[in-house]
Design a protein around this ligand. Sequence first.
Ligand SMILES: Cc1cc2nc3c(=O)[nH]c(=O)nc-3n(C[C@H](O)[C@H](O)[C@H](O)COP(=O)(O)OP(=O)(O)OC[C@H]3O[C@@H](n4cnc5c(N)ncnc54)[C@H](O)[C@@H]3O)c2cc1C
Length: 264
Amino acid sequence: MKAIVCVKQVPDTSGKVAVKADGTLDRASMATITNPDDLNALEAALKLKDETGCEVVVVTMGPPPAEGMLRELLARGADKAVLVSGREFGGSDTFATSQILAAAVNKIGVGPEDVVFCGRQAIDGDTAQVGPQIAEKLHLPQVTYVADIQKDGNSLTVKRMLEDGYMMVKVQTPCLLTCIKELNQPRYMSVNGIFTCYDKPMEVFDYNALKDDPLIEVDTIGLKGSPTNVFKSFTPPQKGAGTMLTGDDTAAQLAGILAKKHLI
Ligand SMILES: Cc1cc2nc3c(=O)[nH]c(=O)nc-3n(C[C@H](O)[C@H](O)[C@H](O)COP(=O)(O)OP(=O)(O)OC[C@H]3O[C@@H](n4cnc5c(N)ncnc54)[C@H](O)[C@@H]3O)c2cc1C
């Protein structure tokens, strides 16, 4: 049994956000972190490993320096890492990204008891599309917004967060789950994990490694295979400072202001 975890390296937006003249993020000059939801996905996989002894494989698509993040995830307890990296993959939108990641998951191999974990959403692209698209392309059942997982033989009972409550879903493995922060508290790297993370296996899947998968065609990956295009990116103008109403008659003050503007 395997747990395959898709993890994205994202810019650290808690510091200074660098924006290029064309309005896009200057990723090269920003520090990077592991996408927060993906740490919850990894923790869910590690809990499954604690219960069943399964193998945990982390996979990311990104440039070669993403190896540093993968080593950190190995130090947190993952058993094996896969870096999907190649010039042919550059410029991919979510369709092309999920095409490539699905091919990588195919190459790792999905067995009858396996679970593919993703975060719900990445904090940079923010679309929440990649997990569901991977499931679709691998013909796997999927549950999104996962807040709890109970394993019961070859099926999982999953608590799925809704806007105003929860839904309990029973899903058969193999399946794909997208995880939210309410699911768990990610563990830290252990001292032993830090010592052993460079001894654990790390494979690189480049274009040649994936090109035989039917999902990988020149017109389904990279810029050429991306049906969406960002034609404009801009920072919205800042709103003016608000007015703070104080005193015992704030409702009357507000009504007066709205009446003056002919809004009531
Ligand atoms: C219209 C459009 C055009 C774009 N064009 C470009 C471009 O030209 N160049 C460019 O570099 N980027 C581009 N991007 C960004 C790129 O598509 C995203 O980085 C990528 O597809 C992931 O989408 P997301 O950030 O919305 O992830 P989400 O869908 O929000 O991520 C959900 C989950 O999917 C998994 N996941 C997502 N991405 C990865 C990954 N790379 N590796 C492993 N797991 C992952 C993670 O588990 C993550 O939590 C574009 C995006 C859009 C919407």
